[in-house]
Design a protein around this ligand. Structure first.
Ligand SMILES: NC(=O)c1ccc[n+]([C@@H]2O[C@H](COP(=O)([O-])OP(=O)(O)OC[C@H]3O[C@@H](n4cnc5c(N)ncnc54)[C@H](O)[C@@H]3O)[C@@H](O)[C@H]2O)c1
Length: 171
């Protein structure tokens, strides 16, 4: 009887050993698979989308973030359509882009004025073509306490920072 017990105990140990060995092999297999998949994704799948010849509209492109974004898009060979209420600044950004070898078209457009957005939008379509990427960047900051905002400032903030996104994106 003890002989059979010893044999049974031995085979239990063998089964446990085989099961541990299988788990270790599976673990290493999974690690290897994860490494291979992430390398594949990094090298092949996640290749950057080309922006070459995309027509990119940046609002509020005369200075600040809008200007920097416009320069970045231009460095990726996109065609820039720059809108701002400040004619001098927006023209200067367009000149900077052209001097760097890029392509930029500057327009004066108050994005809070729906009729202007339609008018300038139609000119862009005729002069540059269909816009493929829109960066609704133009925005204003009323540098006063919330409680000191008067009706006109509240209305203007909403028109520039919120409603314009609908006007520009729909045109
Ligand atoms: N700078 C920041 O730290 C920060 C943080 C969060 C969000 N933002 C947002 O990013 C955007 C840009 O910020 P910024 O700091 O570069 O601003 P900015 O004031 O430096 O530049 C804004 C540009 O938008 C133009 N503009 C203003 N009203 C316009 C209108 N009605 N139509 C067309 N152009 C108009 C201005 O002439 C200016 O050239 C804003 O929407 C702002 O709210 C900025």
């Amino acid at each position: 009887m003890s002989y059979f017990n010893a044999v049974a105990r031995g085979s239990m140990k063998t089964v446990r050993f085989c099961s541990t060995l299988r788990d270790i092999v599976l673990l290493f297999g999974k690690i290897l698979l994860t490494l291979l998949t992430s390398t594949f994704k990094e090298l092949i799948v996640k290749r950057k989308k080309s922006l070459k010849d995309e027509v990119v509209l940046v609002t509020g492109a005369g200075k600040g973030l809008g200007k920097e974004l416009a320069l970045k898009f231009a460095s990726e060979e996109a065609i820039l359509v720059l809108w701002d209420i400040d004619e001098v600044k927006v023209q200067n950004v367009a000149s900077d882009i052209r001097e760097l070898g890029g392509c930029a078209h500057a327009y004066v457009c108050d994005v809070s004025d729906i009729s202007k957005v339609h008018e300038v939008g139609a000119r862009v379509l005729e002069e540059v073509g269909e816009v493929s990427i829109v960066v609704n960047n133009a925005g204003i900051l009323q540098n006063v306490l919330f409680t000191d905002l008067d009706t006109n400032k509240i209305r203007k903030t909403l028109e520039v920072n919120l409603l314009s996104h609908f006007w520009v994106s729909k045109v």
